[in-house]
Structure formats: structure tokens, C-alpha cells
Design a binder for this molecule. Sequence first.
Ligand code: WTA
Length: 636
Amino acid sequence: MSNYHIKNLEEYYQVYRKSVQEPGDFWGEVAEEHFLWHKQWDQVLEYDFSLPMVKWFDGAQLNITENCIDRHLLTKGDQTAILFEPNDPTEAAQHITYQELHERVNQLANVLKSQGVQKGDRVCIYLPMIPELTISLLACARIGAVHSVVFAGFSSMALASRINDSTCKIVITSDGSFRGKKTIDLKSIVDEAVSTCPCVDQVLVVKRINSDIVMQEGRDQWLQPLLDKASKVCAPEIMEAEDPLFILYTSGSTGMPKGMVHTTAGYMVYTAYTFKNVFQYKANEVYWCTADIGWITGHSYIVYGPLANGATTLMFEGVPSYPDYSRFWEIIEKHKVNQFYTAPTAIRALSKESLSYVEKHDLSSLKVLGTVGEPINEDAWHWYNDNIGKKKCPIIDTWWQTETGGVMISPIPFSTPTKPTYATLPMPGIQACLMDAEGLPITTSPAEGNLCIEFPWPSMARTIWGNHQRYKDTYFSAYPDKYFTGDGALRDEVGYYRITGRVDDVIIVSGHNLGTAPIEDAINEHPAVAESAIVGFPHDIKGNALYGYVILKETGTTRLHDNLRKEINQIITEHVGPIAKLDTIQFTEGLPKTRSGKIMRRILRKIACKEMSNLGDTSTLLNPEIIDSIIEGRLG
Ligand code: WTA
């Protein structure tokens, strides 16, 4: 039996037991046998959740790109590392071998160095899903620079706040991006952002759409001519295990997005380990994750996890609906994809289209189907299982978070019996528990409670960039000595977990985490708006949609409400991005508040969902009379 590769349920339980009883030995063995180190660790794990402080493999030295690229060169130099499928199906796919990836990463690493980027510097990456995106992450890691990828759907203001928060000195972007029929002018978004970022002195631009863009003298440079001059050899920077590898922002319930900091060794070991087991990837197979690398799923399971295992990882530039709704299935057939990993929102959207889109493609290469990002409802689960997997591919419902770095709860295909809507069992090393309203652990099953993790795992985020106190307050204060996930969960009689959703003010829309506060702040910028509150309500395709309650400064405003609605969504688009637009806006005279002035979102949520008969306790409200008028507005 190997700790690294679990092959049946009995092995899972044995490995899991060992990982809990002797975590140091367990992860030490995995790390020693499967990775390349320049120096061994002094200690596998050191931690104190009360601070919180967590160190894995402290004292060890390594470079993650040697593990993801160099060590495969001897045996897999000619194998495709990145299989790039462009937006336009008539443009040829690219097969970038491990050898070529090595050269291209080294060239970009040398360019970054020549532009003055040093170990520890932060580099912002704002790129579409093109090979240069993966290469940029790896080039940063090669020289020990910390990458901060910002999803290229975020607005210039959202981009600027992230760049400033982590004081990036350089931005890598492109002249634009292709998305279905549209092209998006990324460079002008960067121009606008960088004009408010004093820390940025350079912008490197990849040519993708050949548009006529303005290059600012002394700041902007096309990347290709610099690459052409750069050497294909770049010695990897030797990093300490706990040196930061990247920062990735995620929404919180309040305030500025949180720059989650992931460090090198633990992140590498855990993403590689989980990739191997969750997808049961075997040599020469083709693996495809449809996420964008702007999110953690792309970091861990398009780039680092697959490459650390010497896999072929497919990157898709486009969208599932272009040129038509058969695009995903066409790509699976064309590249004979073996493992397919997507989001419930995509499954729901595609399941609404004609089955003929699916049926005209040969999907027989598929072995494992994964989902991530939000709860998968029963209908979507069965549609995926019946029509895509033809009931032969296990559905792997993976629960995890930006903060956790890797998959935490998931079936292991061909080992764990699946159960629709259940993420099932914790991965080895993951000590999950449920906490009740009194803050006590729930030891019986079946049960429902708040999901916590009791013990460190290698890929947990170590802090929030520049704000360790916020890290402690957000994750380690609700329950002493436990990591609190912010999610609620059910546990059934055999110990399977089903994630029920966020218990805080984060709303997941089409798989994207959105905090209510930044959206409300944006709305409140509108000169006619006095106050606002956002809640989520169920949506067939997006999972949740956003519902906004808005109080206007002057109730007798002469402006038409429809115009105001458009303007409010325009402001949200500018401040946060189009993904945060509101589906419904209700103008109201007031919001239900507690005596301490806190908005009672629970009530607003119920009204948005039209669950008026069951509003719960309203006795603590300062202004209970407002409720009837809000209900009237909802129904009217
Ligand atoms: C939710 C994505 C139910 C959850 C990797 C979590 C899920 C948040 C699942 C993190 C799942 C993720 N079932 N809910 N399989 N996977 N979530 O940071 O609420 O973008 O806290 O990381 O997505 O989203 P994030």
C-alpha cells in the first residue's frame, strides 16, 4: 500500500487513520518519496492555532518549478504539459511539451529578472486563459517572486485595489482577450488601474488579439521581443519551505478582499497529493479543469497539482456557449479528455440546452467527472452522471476554498461510493468537525452544524497579506483552536459531509464568491442612494443571484427607477466587475435593523425568496414596522 496513491476504500480508511494518528510521519513520507528537495526539513509540522502560526516542512529548501517541470524532463520531455485550446475552434490547439514549457518559463523568468524583479517582489498577473498565464505563474515561482493573479473579469478599480494592497511592482497583461464572440480590451483596464497604483513601474504586454493599443513610454513593453532576447536557461531560486509562493484575493463578508498567502512546500505537497487521488490520474491521460486560473481552482488544479504529477493539463480560452453549447463536449471528444472538472453553474446552464449538443459527441474517453465551487443540486448531479458520464464515471463533488489551497472533502473515484449532493469524506490529513450554536463539537451523526477543521493541513493559507489580525479574527476566533470555514454542513450516519452553503455574508454567484460589503459600498457611491443591502436568492443556473434593497436619499426623486437600476449596475460593474451586477433591485424606505444598527439580512433574505410566512423572531428590531412595506414592495 502506498500513502501517495489510494486505490480502494479499505486503503482510504487505513491511510486516513495513519494521517490523523501520525500526521508528521504521514506527510513526511509523502514529501520525501515524491518530491525534489535541496535540503530536508528540520521538522514536518509546527503549529499553534491560538496565534495562529503554522509551518510545514520548516527548514527544507526547494523550488516548486523544479518539481513541476525539471524533474519530468528526462522521462517526459516530449510529453504535452499544457494543451491549449483557443477560443476560436478553427485556430489550432497548441501542445506545449515539458521541454518547451521549461524553456519558456526560463525565458520569462529571465525577462522578469532583467526588469528588476527580485525574490520576494510581488508581480500582478492580469491575463486571459492563454499559455502565457501559466508560464507567468511558473516564471515568478522560478525566481522566487510572489505572484498575485487577478481574474481578468475584474474591473479596473478592483484590479487597482488588489495591486495596491500587495504593492506589486510589475503587471503582466495582454492587449486584450477573446471571449466567445467578444473581444475585451484588457490593456485599457490595466491603464486605468495602474494610474492609481504608484507601486507599479512596469507593464509587460502579451500580444493576443492584435489590437491597436496605446503603450505608455517608459512603462509599457511588449513581452515577445524581450522573450526573444532572453536565455532559455535560468537556475531556480532556492526557496525556504515557508517562503510565500503566491497571494490570491478572495471576498470576505466585510471590507477589502483578503489577500490569502500560500507558501511553497506545503502547498506543493498537498495539491500534488490531492490531484493524484481525487482524479486518479494515470500517465498519458488528458486532464481538463474548466476553471479560470484567476481563481484558486486554476492555481491548484490547472497549474501546480497536475504539473507536479507530470500530467497533461488542458487550458481552454473560451466559453461553453461558443460557437454553440456543444463546445465542452466537442473539446472532450477532440482531445480525448479523461478527467473533466467543472462547476455546478456550468452544468446547470448546459443541462438547460438541448441534449443533442451532448449526443453528437463521443465522450467515451471520460473516466472521472469533478465539480467544485458551490453545492451541486440533485438535478444537476443526475444530469451530469446520466448524460456526460453515462453512469460510468464517478461524480467527484470536491469541497474546498481559496484558503484551504487544495481539496478537503471529496470522494476518491473508484473507492468511495458516491451519494448525490454529498462531498462525502475528508481527504487524508483533514480533520473535519461540526460545531453547534453553543460552540461545542457535535460528536453524533446524522447532524448539522458549522464546518471546522481541527488540525493543520499542508496547503492552508498562512495569513492574509498585511493583516494577520484579520486572518485570526476571520478563521480562528469563532471556535478556539479550530479553523472555521464559514460554511454549514450536514453529516450523515456514515460520516459523509454535505455542504449546505455559506453561513456568513459571502454569496456564491455562478461559482464566484462575492462579499456583500464591496457591492453595497459601490451602490452607495451613487449620488441618489442613501443606503443599500444585498442578499442572495436562489437562481436556476447561477445557484444564487443578487437581490438589492436600496434606499434613495429623496423618496420623491424625479428620476425613473429603471434608469436608476441601470446606473446602479453600471457603478457595480466599474467598482467590482460585471459578475456582481444585481438581478433585482427593490427601492425601499428603510431596512430592518437591530437596536445596535446592524441590518437583519436574515429577514431580507427571506423576503427576497418570498418566504414571508416564516420571518422568524423580529422582536429585536428597532423598526419592525418597515417589514410590511418591504413585503409589499416585493410582492408589488
Ligand atoms: C463553496 C473554490 C459546496 C463553499 C475552490 C466554500 C462548495 C466556497 C464546494 C469557496 C462544494 C466550494 N460544495 N460548496 N463542492 N466547493 N464550495 O474560495 O461555500 O472560490 O466556502 O474556492 O465555495 O470558494 P472559493
